[in-house]
Design a protein around this ligand. Structure first.
Ligand SMILES: Nc1ncnc2c1ncn2[C@@H]1O[C@H](COP(=O)(O)OP(=O)(O)OP(=O)(O)O)[C@@H](O)[C@H]1O
Ligand SMILES: [Mg+2]
Length: 275
C-alpha cells in the first residue's frame, strides 16, 4: 500500500519569529561593497565577554581606541540574542544625562504606561519593569557618559532583582571615568581591552576582509599598514575603498607598489593624538 505524501497537520501553532532589528546588524564603514566579516580574535573575545556578562547578569566594559571593531563585534554578538531583550542606549545627544537614559530605557522596553513625570516615579517604574525579563543594556560610546550617568546605571543595576546585564563600550576615556568611581569600578565584572591588529594579524585578517587584498604581497600590506592604517579596521576600510577605485581608474587588476602609493596619496591621515 502506498500513502500519498501530504503535509502533516500539526497541533502546535508556529512560534512567532523575533522581530529583526536593523540597528543591531554589524555595519561596514563606508558601506564597503564586497566587504566580509572576519572572525578575528577581537570579535571572539568581545562575544565571549558579552555572553559571560549576560550569563552572570553583571556589568562589564569593552574599551579601546576608535575604529578597532568594538561596535561591529558587539553587534555580531548581539545577533545571537533575542532582540527584544537588547536595550541599546544609542543616544542622539552627546553627554547624555540620567533623564536621557531613563527615557531611552522606557522607549526600548516598549512600556505601555504613561511616561512618569518625576525621576523618583521613573526609577520606581524601571526597577519594576527591568527584572521582568533578562534584559541586556548595551551602552556604546560610553566615553560620552559622565560620572552621574554611570552612577545612575550602577544604582539601577544595584536595585533590580534579578539584575539586568550591562555592557559598556567606549574609548580608554570611558575606562578612566569608570575607574575613577570606586563604587562603579568595584562592581565591574570584566574589563576587555581591544587593541589594534598586529603586523601579523594584518597579513591574515585583511585578505579575508575584502577580495581586493587577496593574493597581495605581504610587504605591500605591511607598507600600507605601517604608513597609514596602523592596525585599525576603519582605516583599512578607507584604504580598501581607494584600492578598489584605483584598480578601476588605472584599468588594472594588479595591486602593486604603484597602486599602494596612490592609495597612500588619497587617504587622509588621522592622528588621534592631535585630533
Ligand atoms: N570583524 C570584522 N570584520 C570585518 N570588518 C570589520 C570587523 N570589525 C570591524 N570592521 C570594520 O571596521 C569598521 C569600524 O569598526 P567599529 O565601528 O566597530 O569600530 P569601534 O571600535 O566601535 O570604533 P569607535 O570607537 O570609533 O566607535 C566597521 O564599520 C567595519 O567596516
Ligand atoms: Mg563604536
Amino acid at each position: 500500500m502506498t500513502t500519498a505524501q501530504r503535509p502533516r497537520k500539526t497541533s502546535s501553532t508556529p512560534k512567532p519569529q523575533p522581530r529583526r532589528r536593523l540597528d543591531l546588524v554589524p555595519q561596514f564603514y563606508l558601506d564597503l561593497e564586497d566587504a566580509e566579516m572576519v572572525v578575528t580574535d577581537t570579535l571572539v573575545a568581545i562575544k565571549d565577554t558579552i555572553v559571560e556578562t549576560v550569563e552572570a547578569r553583571a556589568m562589564s566594559l569593552i574599551y579601546g581606541d576608535p575604529g578597532l571593531g568594538k561596535t561591529f563585534s558587539t553587534k555580531a554578538a548581539l545577533q545571537e540574542m533575542d532582540p527584544d531583550l537588547v536595550l541599546t542606549l544609542d543616544l542622539a545627544r552627546s553627554n547624555p544625562g540620567p533623564k536621557d537614559l531613563r527615557e531611552e530605557l522606557f522607549h526600548q522596553m516598549h512600556l505601555k504606561t504613561k511616561m512618569p513625570g518625576t525621576p523618583t516615579a521613573f526609577d520606581r517604574l524601571l526597577r519594576e519593569a527591568l527584572p521582568r525579563r533578562p534584559y541586556v543594556i548595551v551602552a556604546d560610546e560610553a566615553q560620552q557618559y559622565n560620572r552621574v550617568s554611570f552612577e545612575f546605571l550602577r544604582k539601577l543595576w544595584d536595585n533590580c532583582r534579578p539584575r539586568p546585564a550591562i555592557v559598556f563600550i567606549g574609548s580608554p576615556e570611558a575606562y578612566t571615568t569608570l575607574q575613577s568611581d570606586p563604587a562603579l569600578a568595584s562592581r565591574l565584572y570584566m574589563r576587555q581591552e581591544i587593541l589594534a591588529m598586529s603586523e601579523d594579524d594584518v597579513l591574515t585578517i585583511i585578505p579575508e576582509s575584502h577580495p581586493v587584498w587577496r593574493g597581495v604581497e605581504a610587504g605591500l600590506l605591511q607598507h600600507l599598514d605601517g604608513d597609514f592604517a596602523q592596525g585599525s579596521f576603519r582605516e583599512w576600510a578607507k584604504a580598501t575603498r581607494f584600492a578598489v577605485k584605483g584598480l578601476k581608474r588605472f584599468k588594472t587588476d594588479q595591486v602593486d607598489r604603484a597602486l599602494i602609493d596612490w592609495v597612500l596619496s588619497q587617504v587622509v591621515r588621522t592622528d588621534y593624538a592631535t585630533a
